[in-house]
Design a binder for this molecule. Sequence first.
Ligand code: TYD
Length: 200
Amino acid sequence: MLITIEGIDGCGKSTLTKGLGDALADLSPLFTREPGSTWIGDQVRRGIAEEIDPIAEALLFVADHAAHLAEVIRPALAESRLVISDRYSDSRYAYQQVTLAPYLHDPLLWLRSVHGSWTRQPDRTYLLIIPVEDALERLDGKDGREHFEQGVVLEQVQKNYLLLAEEDPQRFVLVDALQEKEKICSFIAGDIRQLFQSSQ
Ligand code: TYD
């Protein structure tokens, strides 16, 4: 079963993932992430840091996704494992829709067609929602902000995420990221456990 965790920078995905590691340890989940689960992820990070052409950057994210699926996700799903990915295709649909807007007439349509039929839809996606000001405050302690991590960009990214969730309410679960972190973690861990056990 494939679970994904999404949200804007500073929404608390990393803390949540760590918490899920403890809460779901008995299910031996495979934790993975985009970008960065294969060597292509290193090139993506370089591309982000160098602020390369947005189309080149988008295609690097997609290349990382293809390798991630082939090398990590599909083999684990073939063994019926629980796979939890910190970011996945919805990150492209939410972020690259913003970065590609000046270059393409319909970035979402383009992004969806690039993913084509080879991608694999998550079974459930937890979307952490946080006011952008709070996310930026959390990011303040971090050195070297990526070009995505600006208020205007994150506002649009979050709006895109909410539209994606509206389109697919069966898959998305919206979570208020301002709640206590233990509460968020125990709610999501309980939900994943129930879903995973009912799929066995
Ligand atoms: P991430 O590793 O989640 O951030 P961090 O380095 O802060 O832990 O992702 C790096 C950045 O890349 C983040 O700002 C979101 C962005 N991103 C996209 O724009 N598109 C994508 O498809 C993905 C996976 C990430």
